[in-house]
Design a protein around this ligand. Sequence first.
Ligand SMILES: [Zn+2]
Length: 265
Amino acid sequence: MTHGEANVDSARSYTVQGIVLRHYVLGENDKILVLFTRDQGLKRVVGKGMRKANTRIGGRLEPLRENQIQLAKGRSMDVVVQAEGTQRFPAVMEDLDRLAVAIAAAEVLMAFLEEDDPAPEIYDLYVSLLAALVPGTEPQVLTAAFELQVLDLLGYRPELDACLACERAIETGDEAYALNIEAGGVICDRCGPTTAGRQIRMSAGGWRLLRQLQETPLDALAGVTDEPRRLAGMRRALREYLGFRAEKDLKAQGMFEWIPTTAPA
Ligand SMILES: [Zn+2]
């Protein structure tokens, strides 16, 4: 069965704006694409003939490119008819650290988002992440900012402004604080010893960086960086926070095994 344009019943086709997050091989010729669409959330669709090298549509539907994609209604999964590229992010593919950020963000999206459940603000956040992954930005800073802001949009925003136990406002002094994973935010040093739950120590500098990345648009992070140790500590804390939220989230359960639990070298 072929799917040339001439065979398309236009009443049964529609167009979405989207990015391929991942693809799987299906049989000898085809692929299943996990699409993140702006208006319909995640969609799993079939790309007929896309395993063959050098097909025009297949080239456009490589991961990390934004396309206008025409889909035809299928019995179990909709089928790609046509794809027009709207945006490429060449700098992402040129650097392993930047590519790793884009892939890790795609994993977060696939873990938390529902199929056919629109999340246009999260889509726009992902596009702005891909656009911001250029020379002059720190990949670890962009990852942390994306994760903090996607948590916010998912309804899991970590509380950083006031201690979750005593509600005292956290000041930018040089006290030490802790991020309490279960409670979902910061605990002051007075309440720390008497508060239950896994806590990750945080310096005032680490707290300030998290606050900054929670609020700053991704396209305004050029040149923002910090000490490698602080960046690595922040990454570990956010990985753990995301993993805990994913476990509590029915949809995401069991989908977060990829999170590395050991510290990066
Ligand atoms: Zn407190």
